[in-house]
Design a protein around this ligand. Structure first.
Ligand code: APR
Length: 230
């Protein structure tokens, strides 16, 4: 096994105190996707949207990586091969755990994006509607989050990695949102072994060769120890 591609979702950050989306009382139980996670919602009520991401940014800033994040950083550092981490998460807990390469396919809370010239720059802790772009000066700054109906980042590179993977692991994701939910099928198509980590089988659980049920802070360090030959 020379190449491991890992996809993480909100479940890996749940034990760090960051809510998931589709759990009871999760983010989408409290907020309407149409209002806070679509370009149309941002056009309709930008204050509502920036308030939502300002609050999440402040919460993420207080959060610490857990044993699952730390185990993956250790895998990246110690594995005698290639470890590629793709995350749907917009928090920076993988980076805080010491992960060197993190592909944020859905953007990042710590990023701002210009709706006029597509410049991306580090976001202030508190954004406001109409913040100016530091490059084109247009009052078009928005959170650098990939909203529903928008194309995720780095898709070409991600598919290249999936095509070369010996092992694909999905950690803490419900398998409800594409294109990420389709990665397991893509990796399998190219002959990869596939492994899921979750509290329960995800919506695409049946497509995985194997599943490790339990909290990520338990199952992921155990698996990393196995891979590294502990
Ligand atoms: N350990 C392992 N898995 C967990 C844990 C835990 N401690 N806690 C929750 N989970 C699992 C849940 O069982 C669920 O399958 O994590 C998954 C979280 O699912 P979602 O809330 O749907 O989050 P995610 O799959 O990351 O959402 C995908 O949807 O809302 C959009 O853009 C947003 O990136 C997000 C995308």
């Amino acid at each position: 096994m020379k190449k491991i591609v890992i996809l993480t979702g909100a479940g890996i950050s749940a034990e760090s105190g960051l809510g998931t989306f589709r759990a009871e009382g999760g983010l989408w139980a409290e907020h309407r996707i149409e209002d806070v996670a679509t370009p149309e919602g941002f056009a309709r009520d930008p204050q509502l949207v920036v308030d939502f991401y300002n609050a999440r940014r402040a919460q993420a800033a207080e959060a610490a990586p857990n044993a699952a994040h730390l185990a993956l950083a250790n895998l990246e550092a110690a594995f005698d091969g290639d470890v590629v981490l793709v995350t749907q998460n917009v928090d920076d807990l993988h980076e805080k755990a010491g992960m060197k390469r993190v592909m944020h396919m859905h953007g990042a809370l710590n990023g701002a994006l210009c709706g006029a010239c597509d410049l991306r720059w580090p976001a202030p802790m508190v954004m406001a509607p109409g913040d100016a772009c530091p490059h084109c000066k247009a009052p078009a700054a928005r959170p650098d989050i990939v909203w529903f109906g928008e194309m995720p980042y780095d898709m070409e590179e991600i598919y290249d990695h999936l095509a070369q993977a010996d092992l694909f692991a999905g950690i803490g994701t419900s398998g409800n949102v594409y294109p990420a939910a389709g990665f397991v099928a893509e990796a399998r198509r190219h002959g990869a072994q596939t492994l899921e980590f979750n509290l329960e089988p995800s919506a695409v659980g049946s497509q995985f060769d194997d599943i490790r049920i339990g909290p990520a802070t338990q199952t992921v360090p155990e698996w990393v120890a196995e891979v590294l030959g502990g």
